[in-house]
Design a binder for this molecule. Structure first.
Ligand SMILES: Cc1cc2nc3c(=O)[nH]c(=O)nc-3n(C[C@H](O)[C@H](O)[C@H](O)COP(=O)(O)OP(=O)(O)OC[C@H]3O[C@@H](n4cnc5c(N)ncnc54)[C@H](O)[C@@H]3O)c2cc1C
Length: 283
């Protein structure tokens, strides 16, 4: 079959030929909505406020969407974006769809107001099970707002699936054999890890730059329809939260004093700098 590279027919053919090899991969990507990273956070009456900042996809999650898109481009399959949030907050899902995710599911229920990580992971695990038959669940490394980095491992534990954190490269993903090999990026070293599928993976920004959504992608995403599941749809009770935020305070403001080191020559300036550092007991 001769088709233009990248054409829909070619893509479908690639998917089908990979499917025969048992390599097609079903991926759920968890995406969160967060306030724009340029927004200023303030504390009002002991509670966090981001003012009227627009919501965006958690920037770390774009790397996870990018990884999913590349895996499916290589070996066929489908990508479902999954978001837990307030109904009507659609930015994370729309961004994932505009990048190229095939479909999306939103989970939203007023009873989840104030839900902590344990509660959030129970809801995500239930949604992942309801979507069903995923080979991989991808997460970003952490959220830029509440920033615990706990959700991937908590969700993996509830699903009883292996949890592979800080992944920067997918060496191989073989749903047919139920095997995955990834590269974990740590500060001092890389670590090749073998595991079984299905698995939960958190993707680091070392994976590589996420693509910008295309104009066509944005148009398609703006018209996309997707289900919004409540806790009742998931068949679970309101999960209890055991962590509270009794008070939130402003970060301690650090006073920074800047001093320009004067001197006629570079040597003089260096000598003066060293003397000051010794006097301050830095050296
Ligand atoms: C006492 C308490 C009250 C809270 N009240 C609220 C509240 O009222 N409203 C509120 O929005 N948050 C609230 N939170 C925060 C909320 O529980 C966390 O945002 C959520 O559990 C995810 O944790 P995290 O942001 O640290 O994500 P991390 O674990 O840092 O995120 C890692 C990855 O998990 C995925 N992920 C994170 N959150 C979601 C999501 N919602 N949907 C899909 N994927 C996700 C993303 O891929 C992300 O990159 C509260 C937390 C506590 C402890």
């Amino acid at each position: 079959m001769i088709t233009k590279p990248g054409s829909q027919v070619q893509e479908k053919y690639n998917q089908l030929s990979n499917y025969k090899e048992g390599n097609s991969v079903k991926i759920i990507v968890c995406v969160k909505q967060v306030p724009d990273t340029a927004a200023t956070m303030t504390v009002d009456n002991g509670a966090i406020s981001w003012g009227d900042a627009p919501l965006i996809i958690n920037p770390w999650d774009e790397f996870a969407v990018e990884a999913a898109l590349n895996l499916v481009a290589d070996q066929g399959g489908e990508i479902i974006a999954l978001c837990l949030g307030k109904e009507g907050e659609t930015e994370a899902i729309k961004h994932a769809l505009a990048m190229g995710a095939d479909s999306a599911v939103m989970v939203s229920d007023p009873a989840l107001e104030g839900a902590d990580n344990v509660a959030a992971s129970k809801v995500l695990a239930a949604a992942i099970q309801k979507i069903g038959e995923a080979d991989l669940v991808l997460f970003g490394q952490q959220s830029v707002d509440t920033d615990t980095g706990l959700l991937p491992v908590q969700t993996a534990r509830l699903l009883k699936w292996p949890s592979l954190t800080l992944v920067s490269k997918f060496e191989s993903v073989n749903p047919g054999d139920g095997k995955i090999q990834v590269l974990r990026s740590m500060e001092e070293a890389g670590q090749i890890v073998d595991s079984s599928l299905p698995a939960v993976v958190s993707v680091t920004k070392d994976y590589g730059e996420p693509r910008y959504p295309s104009f066509m992608g944005i148009r398609k995403a703006s018209k996309a329809e997707y289900p919004v599941w409540s806790l009742a749809d998931l068949g679970i009770e309101t999960p209890s939260s055991s962590i509270a935020w009794p008070e939130v305070t402003e970060p301690v403001q650090k006073e920074i004093v800047t001093e320009i080191i004067e001197g006629e020559t570079p040597e003089e300036k260096a000598k003066s700098l060293v003397e000051k550092l010794i006097a301050e007991k830095v050296l």
